[in-house]
Design a binder for this molecule. Structure first.
Ligand SMILES: [Fe+2]
Length: 259
């Protein structure tokens, strides 16, 4: 399994504040079957803003510690980029992508996707980047109307869902929305968004729940296959489930007559 959204790199954002905690979390991840993790620290102009060299140095330090501790987990660079006007400049200058791929994990205002959301995301698409909207189920506008996530996939935006959302960690509404996304095939990745504030179990629990409620293939697709395509370069389809909506049954003339 591969986790594409974590805040495990210590002392760079609101995630891990201690390398020892990060190592303990990475051991737990490895023990549960995670083979690769993208360390997607927040990149938010004016809040979590740093030079790429600073990030690289921290990543190299943690990677060395992971090797020393014998934890066989691959760590790849990544960022959770807050979508703002002209953010393309920073993405280009600082290579704020998932590893060497064209995929960019983005976040926006949780209280509703702002009016300029599309205006800010189109330049990324035009420049050849592949945006992934982080924890789509947590946006108020998507909670109100989950099919917005489907429209996003039609505009070449990938969707990521948090494991904790499927377990109800962010409340009932988020949980309901997360399942709607998974059930309809409106999400491409399950990730932990782990901030090293508790244990890592949610990812594995969510994966097992998808397997029980839907099937093994869907769980594998969202936790291993599609996340793996980010590094391998294979194409991830924007739409991969074709839901058949049966037409409502018409009552026969006799029933209609006496209804
Ligand atoms: Fe995050």
């Amino acid at each position: 399994m591969i986790d594409i959204h974590t805040h495990i790199l210590p002392n760079i954002d609101d995630g891990s504040q201690d390398a020892e905690d990060s190592l303990a979390q990475l051991s737990a991840m490895k023990a549960g079957g995670i083979k690769r993790a993208y360390l997607t620290s927040h990149y938010f102009r004016g809040h979590y803003q740093y030079e790429r060299e600073v990030y690289n140095k921290k990543l190299a330090e943690l990677t060395a510690k992971v090797k020393e501790a014998g934890i066989g987990i691959e760590l790849l660079p990544g960022f959770e980029v807050f979508l703002q006007q002209d953010i393309l400049h920073d993405i280009k200058e600082q290579s704020l992508t998932l590893g060497n791929s064209p995929y960019v994990l983005i976040e926006s205002e949780l209280n509703g996707l702002p009016d300029d959301f599309y205006n800010n995301i189109y330049p990324l698409l035009r420049a050849g980047y592949k945006p992934i909207l982080a924890h789509a189920e947590r946006y108020v506008s998507i909670m109100r109307k989950p099919s917005i996530a489907e429209s996003l996939t039609h505009r070449n935006i990938y969707i990521q869902t948090n494991a904790g959302s499927l377990l109800g960690h962010y409340g009932e509404k988020v949980m309901k929305t997360a399942w709607t996304l998974v059930n309809n095939g409106w999400t491409h990745f399950i990730a932990s968004d782990d901030h090293v504030r508790g244990d890592y179990g949610a990812y594995f629990e969510a994966r097992d729940l998808i397997e029980n409620k839907i099937d093994h293939y869907t769980a594998d697709l969202l936790c291993r296959i599609y996340p793996g395509y980010i590094a391998s370069g294979e194409t991830i389809p924007y739409q991969y489930v074709h839901v058949h909506h049966p037409r409502p049954k018409r009552r026969n003339w006799f029933k209609r007559l006496f209804a």
